[in-house]
Design a protein around this ligand. Sequence first.
Ligand SMILES: [Fe+2]
Ligand SMILES: [Fe+2]
Length: 275
Amino acid sequence: MNNLVSMSKIKKLKALPTLPVILKRLYDVLQDEDSTFCDIAEIIKYDQAITERILRVANSPYFGHSGRIISIEQAVMFLGYDLVKGICLGATTFKLLDKTKRSIVSNLWKHSCEVAIIAANIADQISNVDRAVTFVSGLLHDIGRVVFLSIDSESYLQLIYNEDILATEKAFFDIDHTEAGYSYLSSARLNEEIIATVRFHHSPSLCRDFRETVAVVSLSEGLSRMFFPRFEDDGYWSDELDAVLLELNLDDVRLSRIKEISMAEAAEMEALLTL
Ligand SMILES: [Fe+2]
Ligand SMILES: [Fe+2]
């Protein structure tokens, strides 16, 4: 690819994060130190689909508040800003794509939910990791692939099943999906831990901060291929992940427990978050 073409693609990529109005308003409120749960709820409740999804998630036994949350105010309070923003951002970004890409997108979204669930279940087994932040990082980990689909779906669909996906993306777009996701989420002003985790989810050893969360999500990406194989997963195993397993002290017994719980929870979570 010549330089001119590649530059214009990157320019297009940088320009892409034109967030839905609801998210822009949400971020403005979150920047304001005096804002309250009510201000946030006031914005979200104008979007019926997002409101419904957040209430469904908030009421799922998965988050431990089964059937008790009836308003967005309560959901924001119980689930936390990061989880609510992450669900809004993930759902609205996936929806930016046109309907003809629906089956690919829905499988990518399922893969994202599966990585989120595995990550949250690993987080339960170790200390120092926030379950909600880990879950959202898993949900958004491959958002860069959606960015590529938004920029040039025809080309990306040709290379999406390539085994060496990072190198293939780099050859075509000049950056891979971890960098594309980082660029996209940075402009969305998400929590830096989530942004760093998305950026380093295929190269955990390069990350200096938030090491545990990055390690958990990287490992979950690798395990997703074993637990939930899909054509759309990019969970190839690397030597780095062997090191992560040791670092997190996860032996075969703990891993098979994580697999069992994740498999039991995946279908329900996918249904809750279905686009
Ligand atoms: Fe990935
Ligand atoms: Fe992935």
